[in-house]
Write a protein that binds this ligand. Structure first.
Ligand SMILES: *Cc1c(COP(=O)(O)O)cnc(C)c1O
Length: 405
């Protein structure tokens, strides 16, 4: 392994490069067979839902908002510990964000956090509940779905998963084991294939759903809202020559965007997805090594086991560090680690504290989010790492934090 260990890094082999080059030699650079193939491969990996690939994880989430018809006056529930995009897409469609608190130990929105957020909606229509599978640890989907299902049918908000960290993660419920993306407990799940995530497209995203109508709407909104299905044309005089639809004809019935993914990116995605099981196995082995080496650190450094029913394919390895008790600030620890050739990162600054959202919603007290944020530090985790690298990271971390061992 190279001298400097970043906190995350893609793993691209010659076969990935060859897959992209094949596209470049072919007829379609975008919206061609690689995109269709990537969607099919993702569907297969998730358990056969419909899948619509798009430009990135943010467009996938944004399309979810658009397809559900969410807009001004509506509210969506977003955990405060997430990447900005989860909250931003709610604002893109003019709706308001209600930030949920999270578990102080895992950063995940639990049932009681969702209940707390719902108590603050003030009668406005809740149009989406957006759990985030932070670091690949799956939110308690069955419990969240039960809360929503207890609502009157016409008011029950759909669950829209931000699964950008969680491709390959699974979870158990009273009914069995489920793969994230399967959408057995949600309306839609959204993924990102940014290079730091578990598989890389460069930029890339996808939305999965079990609702064929939603899938069709997502696909249309991905490309300007263009409808090519003759059965749905409204301008019939323009659309048809007698009984036959004009071959050039399309119709725009709702405003969409150009959120398409290219065939180069999709081909890379297909190639990377074949390696998902190997990537996940490697990540799990590295995580097991971290857990083992960090378990004897006492209260200064603790591990993050995630939610109880989650079988994570971890995207991040976040340790929980009591910087106050250690007498070292997080900045100091990060600097010492950097000097030792080890990159670390913080996931995430609670979004409710961002000036944009404070200006909109004022100061809010979300103690779980603040506690999680104060302690969390993401350590290197990516498939090209060796178990020895974990030992090196843990040694450096113990020294930096001042744990004797
Ligand atoms: C990466 C990420 C996104 C956005 O994905 P992009 O592909 O970067 O647009 C959204 N939510 C979470 C939790 C993410 O980590």
């Amino acid at each position: 392994m190279a001298d400097f260990l970043p906190y995350g890094c893609q793993m691209i082999d010659e076969d990935d490069i060859a897959a992209v080059c094949d596209v470049l030699r072919g007829d379609f650079l975008t919206s061609g067979p690689a995109v269709v193939g990537f969607e099919a491969a993702l569907s297969n990996a998730f358990g056969d839902p419909e899948v619509v690939a798009s430009a990135n994880g943010t467009t996938a989430l944004h399309l979810s908002m658009l397809a559900l018809g969410i807009g001004p006056g509506d509210v969506c529930i977003v955990p405060s510990v997430t990447f900005l995009a989860t909250a931003n897409v709610v604002r893109y469609v003019g709706a308001d964000v209600i930030f949920s608190d999270v578990c102080p130990d895992t950063g995940i929105m639990r049932a009681q956090d969702l209940e707390g957020a719902l108590a603050r909606v003030g009668g406005r229509p809740v149009r989406a509940v957006m759990p985030v599978h932070l670091g690949g640890h799956v939110a308690p989907m069955e419990q969240l779905a039960d809360i929503v299902a207890a609502w009157p049918q016409d008011k029950a908000p759909p669950i829209v998963e931000d699964a950008c960290h969680a491709i390959g993660s699974r979870y158990t419920t009273s009914e069995g084991t489920f793969t994230v993306g399967d959408c057995r407990h949600s309306a839609m799940a959204n993924f990102s294939f940014h290079p730091v995530k578990t598989i890389a497209c460069g930029e890339g995203g996808a939305t999965s759903t079990r609702d064929p109508e939603l899938a069709k709407t997502l696909a249309e909104l991905r490309s300007h809202g263009m409808v090519r299905d003759a059965g749905r044309f409204q301008n019939r005089d323009l659309a048809f020559d007698g009984e036959t639809a004009n071959p050039w004809f399309y119709e725009m019935q709702a405003i969409g965007y150009n959120f398409r993914i290219t065939d180069m990116q999709a081909a890379l995605g297909i190639s990377q997805l074949k390696k998902l099981p190997a990537f996940v196995a490697r990540r799990q082995a590295l995580v097991a090594r971290y857990h083992e080496l960090l378990q004897d650190c006492g209260p200064l450094i603790r591990t993050n086991a995630g939610a109880p029913d989650s079988l994570p394919a971890q995207h991040l390895y976040a340790a929980r560090i009591d910087f106050g008790a250690a007498g070292r600030s997080r900045r100091e620890v990060m600097e010492v680690m950097r000097e030792a050739g080890i990159g670390t990162q913080v996931h995430y600054i609670p979004v409710h504290t961002q000036p944009y959202f404070r200006a909109l919603y004022g100061d809010q007290s979300l103690p779980g989010a603040n506690t999680f944020y104060a302690r969390t530090l993401s350590l290197p985790l990516f498939p090209a790492m060796e178990p020895d690298d974990v030992d090196r990271v843990v040694d450096a971390l113990k020294k930096a934090v001042g744990v004797n061992s």
